[in-house]
Structure formats: structure tokens, C-alpha cells
Design a protein around this ligand. Structure first.
Ligand code: GTP
Ligand code: MG
Length: 336
């Protein structure tokens, strides 16, 4: 019987189907070790390597190490995560990079909050105060910048949003719509989890450096801009009143300058002589009002869609509970 223990909690996971999902693109140096490490930590888990057009020995080495190989033809980590979430059936999911930078020995701590029903997504945080991760310094600062932006926009207190080491329950995996095709996928996972009210827990995880000869697939500027763009786009979609209302306020404030000039002009001359100021004030002011109005309308729409989604989720939970009761299974009651 396999048990997880943290502090006074002891949770039996023997009856849970655990899937280890490893997205890979040209990771022949490390993938076999990753598969073996996770196999020895969780012997009963299914280990899947999702290959994306690798041109090296990734597939044969992963297969030799005992992983099930699945392929995705659309290039990009995000497309692979979408395929993993759609095609794999399990109770507990662990996602980890194939580059050997995340410690397999911490997987039990990672899945504990999922198994105990306390979280929908657990993130292995590389920037947590209790960890000492081996980051390249520019990556550390880029991570901190993205984090500060997300925490202030979404009012969260997360310590790592770009981690590739995560655990999920089945409900999260099957219900979260994902669209990002590339390295923006972690950002999308975190923001959508927070915005949709899923429970997110972080556990400290130490990141190791890639071994010599192993190459990062991330392109600093291209992927960095993609991640920033994803944050702004999701902020617009999930908090339209704040986004468009903020833009509206900005334009109204900008309109104040020409409006003041026009007002002084009227006081001095008895009539408006500087027509450009009046025109600027009206254009900027009206643009601001249109933004604010768009924000209000979209806010109402988002709220209505949230209500519909909530009802669908309740129905889906009811349905899953009834099916598991019919098959004598009680997993859904644990939030799985
Ligand atoms: N399937 C698939 N996996 C990918 C693709 N790009 C990257 N990956 C995998 O996604 C994981 C993360 O990629 P990394 O290059 O390590 O990115 P990172 O961890 O953000 O950056 P580093 O700090 O340099 O390791 C690795 O296991 C890669 O093999 C892709 O296009 N398809
Ligand atoms: Mg990596």
C-alpha cells in the first residue's frame, strides 16, 4: 500500500490512478533518467512521454526506460499540454519537464494536496523562500518581473507562475479550456486557475541546472513577450471592467489637459477661440467613455458566462458523483 505523509497527514494513494506527463522535444540526454526517477518514486504510476517531432533519440530512450510514448504533430509545449489533458485518463496528473531539472523525489509532496482534496492544482515553486533554485540570473529576474505583474493585476500572492512541475486533479484537467500553443501555457494554466476559482497550492521545489550538452528550448525575448502578451490578454478577458475602465479613466484624465486649456480660453476671451483644444478634449473624453462602456458591457457578459459555467460544473460534478456511486467508487467525494 502506497501512502503519502506530510506532517500528521497520511493519505493512501493505492486506489488512485496517477499519470506522469512529460512533454519532450529533443531531450535524449535526460529523458530516460527522468522516467526512471519517477518510476522509482511512484512505481504504480503510468508514465507518458509526449514527443513533439524530436529529431534525436528521445523516443527510443524514453521507451527503453519504460514510458508510454505519445506524439503531437503541432509544434509547441502548449499544444502538447492540450493533447495530454484531452487524451489521458487518470485521477491525479503530474506534469514535469523532460530536461531533468525538477526533482522526482518531491513528487509525493506535490501530489499530496491533490490526493487529500485540498487543491485542484499544485505548483512546484522554484522561487519560494524555502528553496534554493539554480536559475540563470536573467531568467530569475524575468520570472520575478512576470510574477510581480501577475500578482498585482490579479491580486494574488503566488511565488512562481512559470514552473513546469505541477500536479492536477481530474476535474481541473478536464474542465480547463487551454488555447496557448507555446511556452505561454504555464501562464495560462495559472491565470485561468485563479480566475476560475480553482484552488492553487504551491510547494517549494529546487530547480537544478540543465546538464552540459542539454539545450533550452525557450527563446528569451520571443517567449518572454508571448508570456507578457498572454497576461495582458487574459487580464482583458477575465477582468474587462478593470482593463477597459482603467483605459477609459486614462483617456478622461488625458482629456483634462485640452479641456482646461479650452476653459481658460473661454474665461479669458468670452468664447472658444482655440478649437483644437475643444476637439482634443471631446475626442479623448469620448474615447474614454466608450472604453468605460465597453468594460461595463463585457463585465456583465463575463459574469453571465461565469454563472452558466458554474451551473455546468455543478451538473458535471453531480453526473460524475452519480456514475462513481453506481460503480461503487467514492473518488469524486475527495474532489478528484
Ligand atoms: N513536446 C514538446 N515539448 C517541448 C517543446 N518545447 C519544449 N518542450 C519541453 O518542455 C519542457 C520545458 O522546456 P525547456 O526548454 O526546459 O524550458 P524551460 O524549462 O522553461 O527553460 P530552461 O530553464 O532553459 O530549462 C522540456 O521538457 C522540453 O523538452 C515542444 O515544442 N514540444
Ligand atoms: Mg527546463
Amino acid at each position: 500500500m502506497l501512502r503519502l505523509a506530510a506532517n500528521e497527514d497520511v493519505v493512501d494513494i493505492t486506489s488512485r490512478r496517477v499519470a506522469i506527463l512529460i512533454p519532450c522535444h529533443n531531450e535524449e540526454l535526460t529523458v530516460a533518467e527522468v522516467v526512471r526517477d519517477f518510476r522509482s518514486e511512484l512505481p504504480a504510476a503510468e508514465i507518458y512521454v509526449f514527443d513533439n517531432n524530436s529529431t534525436d533519440d528521445t523516443i527510443s530512450r524514453a521507451r527503453a526506460a519504460g514510458a508510454t510514448i505519445l506524439s503531437e504533430s503541432r509544434q509547441g509545449k502548449g499544444f502538447v499540454v492540450q493533447a495530454m489533458f484531452r487524451s489521458i485518463d487518470a485521477d491525479v496528473y503530474v506534469m514535469v519537464d523532460g530536461d531533468g531539472t525538477y526533482p522526482a523525489c518531491e513528487v509525493r509532496r506535490l501530489i499530496l494536496p491533490i490526493v487529500s482534496g485540498d487543491a485542484d492544482m499544485v505548483v512546484g515553486s522554484r522561487l519560494h523562500a524555502d528553496t534554493s533554485s539554480e536559475f540563470e540570473s536573467k531568467n530569475r529576474w524575468a520570472n520575478r518581473l512576470v510574477l510581480a505583474m501577475l500578482n498585482s493585476l490579479f491580486r494574488t500572492k503566488l511565488t512562481d507562475i512559470l514552473s513546469g512541475y505541477r500536479a492536477f486533479n481530474r476535474r481541473f484537467v478536464k474542465m480547463l479550456p487551454l488555447f496557448g500553443g507555446g511556452f505561454e501555457i504555464e501562464t495560462e494554466l495559472t491565470i485561468k486557475a485563479v480566475a476560475r476559482g480553482f484552488r492553487v497550492v504551491e510547494v517549494p521545489t529546487a530547480l537544478k541546472a540543465r546538464p552540459d550538452g542539454s539545450r533550452s528550448k525557450i527563446k528569451f525575448w520571443r517567449d518572454g513577450l508571448l508570456i507578457l502578451n498572454t497576461i495582458v490578454a487574459l487580464f482583458r478577458d477575465y477582468k474587462p471592467l478593470t482593463f477597459f475602465g482603467g483605459l477609459g479613466l486614462l483617456f478622461v484624465l488625458l482629456a483634462m489637459a485640452p479641456a482646461t486649456i479650452a476653459a481658460i480660453d473661454v474665461v479669458r476671451n468670452g468664447q472658444p477661440t482655440r478649437l483644437y483644444s475643444v476637439l482634443w478634449a471631446m475626442t479623448l473624453g469620448l474615447t474614454g467613455l466608450i472604453f468605460a462602456l465597453a468594460g461595463l458591457i463585457l463585465h456583465t457578459l463575463v459574469r453571465r458566462f461565469q454563472e452558466i459555467e458554474h451551473m455546468l460544473q455543478v451538473r458535471a460534478d453531480d453526473f460524475a458523483r452519480e456514475s462513481s456511486r453506481a460503480s461503487g467508487d467514492v473518488r469524486m467525494s475527495d474532489g478528484l
